[in-house]
Design a protein around this ligand. Structure first.
Ligand SMILES: Nc1ncnc2c1ncn2[C@@H]1O[C@H](COP(=O)(O)OP(=O)(O)O)[C@@H](O)[C@H]1O
Ligand SMILES: [Mg+2]
Length: 365
């Protein structure tokens, strides 16, 4: 595919650089450059552009992004910035940009960016979910893997799973992959990465699902710091339409930071002894406080029957988003890395997770 490109940037060096890189790539044809977005939106139509490179460090440019979709419905917009800024990137994507490149980018970066950023359907605004549990063995990883599969089936969008359960990261086992790159390498390198480079740290594990695996060894978890992990997740939010984050159990700077940058928190628990309800009760105030600020809270309990639900809701004084039944076959398949084999196997657990996925996809957000 060939692109008629319009550059919108007030910086001379970027103009010269862009002209130079375009000379070598016949697919990219720079039809015009503007210093400000107003002129591009007014005069740009004559050039029949289908790709805009827009400096999103400029506030006026960012604010005008929704207008591009109206005036040029068939064109794609890529944000460009000299230094990665997650807030500006995310704001631009919510405004209609498909992704962001960091200067100086090459012509190949632009073509890679178009390919990577256009994956999926993107019917809604980008979403991020964290999965919290008071204790281990709460059904968290099982829920995330199945939810990811269900979201892809229902939306056709790109889903990323980030295994930030640093010490007991099981997601690679669920999907039967052995990673070269993990969250350890991604956090080590994050200061030097751009979204398209970060993409290479994710491993495709199923159609439209990519996984950033947890540390290969328990002791490597010590190498991951909260600040870098937060930066990785925020960059991933500009790269994937859904980001699902598996957390270490219990309250820690890791779990609270991750929940803070997600729009929806799942509080997960598995009913074994009955104490689990007490543990959830104890953690709930932390999350209900966030509900006042628009963060969504979904409580999901595994190995619970529908019959038990009303009573537990009364005890928790909070609505439960889903109760998941005891499902031996699906779970033993997942534990042995054969999750994909039983994906289409019909059972109550997957039915419940499909319903839950449908509800959270439709959440007004
Ligand atoms: N719905 C379920 N029914 C039966 N067993 C389950 C279910 N969900 C999870 N399990 C079992 O519980 C164990 C812990 O689940 P997992 O998803 O790994 O939880 P966590 O990630 O919170 O530790 C799994 O090994 C699996 O055997
Ligand atoms: Mg787990």
């Amino acid at each position: 595919m060939n692109y008629n490109v319009i550059l919108i940037d007030a910086d001379n060096a970027t103009w010269i650089h862009t002209q130079n890189i375009f000379k070598r790539l016949p697919q990219l044809n720079l039809v015009s450059s503007y210093r400000e977005v107003k002129s591009a939106l007014g005069q740009g139509t004559v050039f029949n552009p289908n790709l805009f490179l827009v400096d999103i460090e400029d506030n006026a440019n960012r604010n005008s992004l929704p207008e591009f979709a109206e005036i040029f419905p068939d064109a794609v917009v890529i944000g460009i910035m000299s230094k990665w800024d997650a807030d500006k990137a995310f704001e631009s994507i919510r405004g209609g940009a498909i992704g962001c490149l960091i200067k100086p980018f090459s012509g190949e970066d632009i073509l890679d960016g178009i390919k990577i950023f256009s994956r999926g359907v993107k019917n809604t605004k980008p979403r991020s979910f964290t999965f919290f549990s008071a204790k281990g063995r709460s059904g968290k990883t099982t829920l995330i893997a199945n939810l990811a599969l269900s979201i892809v089936r229902q939306t056709g969008d790109m889903v990323a799973i980030i295994d930030a359960d640093l010490q007991f990261s099981d997601m690679a086992i669920f999907f039967d992959v052995e990673p070269m790159m993990t969250v350890v390498e991604a956090t080590r390198d994050i200061k030097f990465l751009s979204p398209i480079r970060l993409n290479a740290y994710f491993l495709p594990v199923a159609e439209n699902i990519q996984l950033l695996c947890g540390p290969r060894r328990l002791e490597y978890s010590e190498l991951v710091d909260v600040e870098s992990l937060t930066a990785v997740v925020r960059m991933a939010q500009s790269l994937f339409h859904y980001v699902l984050i598996d957390l270490p159990s219990g309250v820690s700077p890791f779990s609270t930071n991750m929940c803070e940058i997600a729009d929806t928190v799942f509080v997960c628990g598995m009913l074994n002894t009955g104490f689990e309800i007490k543990h959830i009760q104890r953690t709930l105030p932390m999350f209900t406080m966030w509900e006042q600020y628009g963060k969504k809270l979904n409580i999901v309990l595994s190995r619970v029957d529908d019959k038990q639900k009303p009573d537990i809701e009364r005890q928790l004084n909070h609505k439960i988003a889903a109760v998941l039944p005891n499902e031996f076959l699906m779970v033993s398949a997942a534990n042995s890395g054969k999750l994909k084999n039983v994906m289409d196997y019909h059972n109550l657990l997957s039915e419940k997770i499909n319903t839950l996925a449908g509800e959270i996809i439709r959440d007004a957000y």
